[in-house]
Design a protein around this ligand. Sequence first.
Ligand SMILES: Nc1nc2c(ncn2[C@@H]2O[C@H](COP(=O)(O)OP(=O)(O)OP(=O)(O)O)[C@@H](O)[C@H]2O)c(=O)[nH]1
Ligand SMILES: [Mg+2]
Length: 332
Amino acid sequence: MWLKHLKQRLTRTSERLTGGLGGLLGDGGADGGARFFDELETRLLGADVGAATSLAVIDNLKKRAGRGGARDLAALLELLRDEIAAVLAPCQLPDGGAPAAGAGGPFAVLVAGVNGVGKTTTIGKLGHHYKACGRSVMFAAGDTFRAAAIEQIEAWGRRCDIAVVSQAPGADSAAVIFDALASARAKGADILLADTAGRLHTDRNLMEELKKVKRAMARQDNAAPHEVLLVVDAGTGQNALSQTRAFHDALGVTGIVATKLDGTAKGGVLVAMAAEFGIPIRFIGVGEAAQDLRPFNAREYAGAMLGLDTPDAANTAESTTANTAASTAARE
Ligand SMILES: Nc1nc2c(ncn2[C@@H]2O[C@H](COP(=O)(O)OP(=O)(O)OP(=O)(O)O)[C@@H](O)[C@H]2O)c(=O)[nH]1
Ligand SMILES: [Mg+2]
């Protein structure tokens, strides 16, 4: 189910990459497939895979296809999937890196990113995911700035039956999150997901404010935040790279969630991010509903980018939630 859904949601990217490609193989690759490989490289660039990575992927593909190998489109796409998956693989964690129980406290996640990328929605979906895995979750309404931000996270809290710690609009975000962490500790919650207001990565003052939030969390628990989760909108393409650079410099990003992969043909940006940063891509978002978020899997994603079925991964994806619950139980 999920794989079909993922493939369908990534249609814009897969069409950009593979639409009409077969026609370029022409007479069976009399030109050694030169036209095909050139076009494929251009398309990888268009899907925001990035210049260096596109070139490397195509070079490897040419070598593996061998002389006269540029004939069979299906076989070439399988090889291409391998090449893309190899770039993505170092950024994949089992089950999106299911949080270990903190030493006597909740696993505290600070969620950050520029305006409108999907932070609050991702928190709602993550809450839903972790609850389905049997973890107890709390939310911190740390976006005290944007109108209706508190109502938005409270609505997710009601939908998922998750307690939300909030204060009045305009309150100090660091104070709200500090209190929420204290409350999550007192209540013995497994995971605290802290929302923050969207901010431009180029705004020095607002980036300083985030550092302050991070310090406030550490005062409550030395090891907190256990995760600094950056949310990026994949549709912003190359801009997602500069956002990641700036947030990583300021905060030390430990995980990435890429959202809105359903609405964009730039799904290749994850490959560029993997190649440049190597920061774990923990989850991907492919829609607005609670179930439109899943742990990132390199091979599944590479296949969906190319519109391929991934029969060998069908079982693993279907049982991801069950695996998470099982591995969680095993740790406890
Ligand atoms: N299609 C699609 N829409 C998404 C996805 N994730 C979030 N959205 C939508 O994007 C819009 C913005 O989402 P929010 O969660 O409010 O974004 P935010 O980063 O919290 O925004 P600010 O707090 O204003 O910075 C909402 O309409 C969401 O429903 C996704 O994966 N796919
Ligand atoms: Mg928000």
